[in-house]
Design a protein around this ligand. Structure first.
Ligand code: TYD
Length: 140
């Protein structure tokens, strides 16, 4: 899987003087069925999150409040993306290494996932991840 497969997706936004509304349906606005939702909040200044790649799970990350950066790596290229709106998010397919930093104070990151939580689905060791990439495409 390559970084180009990570897509920023704009979500529907119903603008209303009473407050805006955004909705997300699996297979409609994100390219997978949503089996799990989790969120990061109360992130202290200077903290880093992530630092892993997933073997099979797709994720979609949204800055529900505030902002943060996501650093993506596919074994070849590295890319830093800033998320700061609650009506768009970033789809991260499996086998992409991601790290998150630069969280603004009070920020909330909502994550939608295509699979239930499974520790076996994680590469948390960067060298193991690189080895798995090399094994799946020896020409890289
Ligand atoms: P972790 O994946 O390290 O968080 P991040 O990548 O955002 O820095 O998860 C932190 C802890 O939470 C770890 O012990 C696993 C647990 N966890 C669950 O039990 N269920 C979940 O859905 C997630 C995402 C994490």
């Amino acid at each position: 899987m390559e970084i180009e497969a990570c897509r920023r997706i704009e979500l529907p936004k119903i603008a209303d003087p009473r407050g805006n509304l955004t909705f997300i349906e699996g297979m409609q606005h994100v390219p997978f069925q949503i089996k799990r939702v989790f969120y990061l909040y109360d992130v202290p200044g200077g903290a880093d999150r992530g630092g892993h790649a997933l073997k099979t799970c797709h994720q979609f990350l949204i800055a529900m409040s505030g902002s943060f950066d996501i650093i993506l790596y596919d074994g070849r290229e590295k890319e830093r993306t800033h998320l700061n709106r609650s009506y768009y998010g970033l789809h991260i397919p499996p086998m992409i290494w991601r790290e998150m930093d630069n969280f603004s104070s009070g920020s909330v990151c909502l994550a939608l996932a295509s699979e239930p939580y499974s520790p076996d689905d994680y590469y948390r060791d960067y060298h193991e991840y690189l080895k798995a990439l090399a094994a799946s495409s020896p020409s890289k």
